[in-house]
Design a protein around this ligand. Sequence first.
Ligand code: NAG
Ligand code: NAG
Ligand code: NAG
Ligand code: NAG
Ligand code: NAG
Length: 444
Amino acid sequence: MYARILVLYSSFLIVYSNKCYWNNKCSYKYFGSKTIYDEVRGDIRDTAELKGCEAVSVWSMIRHGVRHPTSSNVPPMQRAADLKEDIVRRYLEGHGSMCAQDINNLQKWSWHEVISSTPGDLTFEGYKELHDLGARFHDHFQQLLQKADHYNFKPTLEQRTIQSAKAFVEGLAGGYLRFKISNATDRDDILRPYFYCAKHDVEVYNGPRSQIEMNKYQETPEFQKLLKNVQKRTGLEEPISATNATGLYDLCRFFRAYSSTRSSPWCALFDDEELMFLEYLNDIRHYYRNGYGSPINEKLAGPALGELLQQFQASIQHSTRSFTGYFSHDSMLQMIYTSLGLFRDYPEISGFERIPGRKWRTSFMTPFAANFVTVLHKCVNESGTTDYQVQFFINEEEFHLCHSRTCSWQEFREKFDQFNNSNLEFCNIDNSSTSALESIVVGL
Ligand SMILES: *[C@@H]1O[C@H](CO)[C@@H](O)[C@H](O)[C@H]1NC(C)=O
Ligand SMILES: *[C@@H]1O[C@H](CO)[C@@H](O)[C@H](O)[C@H]1NC(C)=O
Ligand SMILES: *[C@@H]1O[C@H](CO)[C@@H](O)[C@H](O)[C@H]1NC(C)=O
Ligand SMILES: *[C@@H]1O[C@H](CO)[C@@H](O)[C@H](O)[C@H]1NC(C)=O
Ligand SMILES: *[C@@H]1O[C@H](CO)[C@@H](O)[C@H](O)[C@H]1NC(C)=O
């Protein structure tokens, strides 16, 4: 009996020590705003039919696909990548607990020069994501696309969104339709309202709150345990700083997104639970910058949602068919969700403690290529009466904003009339208060 327990026990040990990253068939795949779209998306083509209805107008806000890290992401990633030689050396000296193959893969890894020379640019994988998304939309909205009276495709003024628009429209055209893409403009209140909003820039984007909450979370026992675990696992002599830990996390999640095998040797430095801690840290940042963490954020999507309302109204009034595709950023999508009261948690997201069952999860809200799609349907019921219904999709999954599958036109109006004719006047701040706030920010 005793011997059997021993045998059992030692076989558990063997199983445990075989738990390497390289041969883990179901490694963790939720990486906050750097999550790969295919790992969380639905498929718009599989949507159940709405009986007696025809899609007459589509309005969509789409995030660019996989991109390179921005120029502010790059330096901390490069500093973290400098730890590679030490990690390998410590392993060869007999320290740490990493697997041989994971160390091998790390040794073979190298920084791609193109990442630092074209920061923030759409990658090849990102182009494909948007192209495939467009192709699925072609299949689902084929009837509407062939008969559309108006269409509008417009990106923000960035390489990654301009290329994303191109990729999407190419897929959407299905090889026979022709669509022109509007030129990106510098200032765009619909596509990127926060970018030129002085109030958001000073009080939110460069304000202290998001950093304060992230710092608070980094002091929690679970985050401190993560730092210790990574040091133990790698056998490094120096403690791992939070900055180096997030740099290592970025090496894991960005290179994973570029890889055809959806893996990066840097992910071997973390276990699944630790990846959940880093995911939460990412969620805090977005919650304060773009979400419920500041009352400014929910106002910023007003012009976009107001335009959506007017497009549908025009389609009903003039019996026209239209299709709009906007190409923007995760901030924009998060602001739309915040305006609509979606993914809201009580208690609020904060640095005090991680909320495992939270609704605000950027992995599912805004992976690469995330999209918010609204469809106006013209329906005729059995007695021959015509009415209009509005259907919502988030990442190609039907989303129920009203009690049934769709909102009636009346219900839709009740939710969206507040956005009609909204503007960004609240963004103006007088310059004396700007400089006062700036000195507070610098002081912190
Ligand atoms: C991060 O790692 C780099 C590379 O080893 C090291 O030079 C640097 O001191 C570390 N930074 C912090 C804040 O610990
Ligand atoms: C877009 O920009 C290109 C190049 O700057 C210009 O040739 C073209 O006329 C513009 N198109 C529109 C619709 O403004
Ligand atoms: C059709 O719609 C009209 C208007 O909404 C409603 O009064 C009528 O009862 C509906 N008929 C059926 C058969 O559902
Ligand atoms: C939105 O405002 C415009 C005036 O700018 C008005 O004509 C239109 O009827 C309004 N739409 C809705 C749905 O309230
Ligand atoms: C406030 O600052 C903005 C940009 O810095 C400048 O364009 C504007 O003229 C200033 N306004 C006043 C009243 O000083």
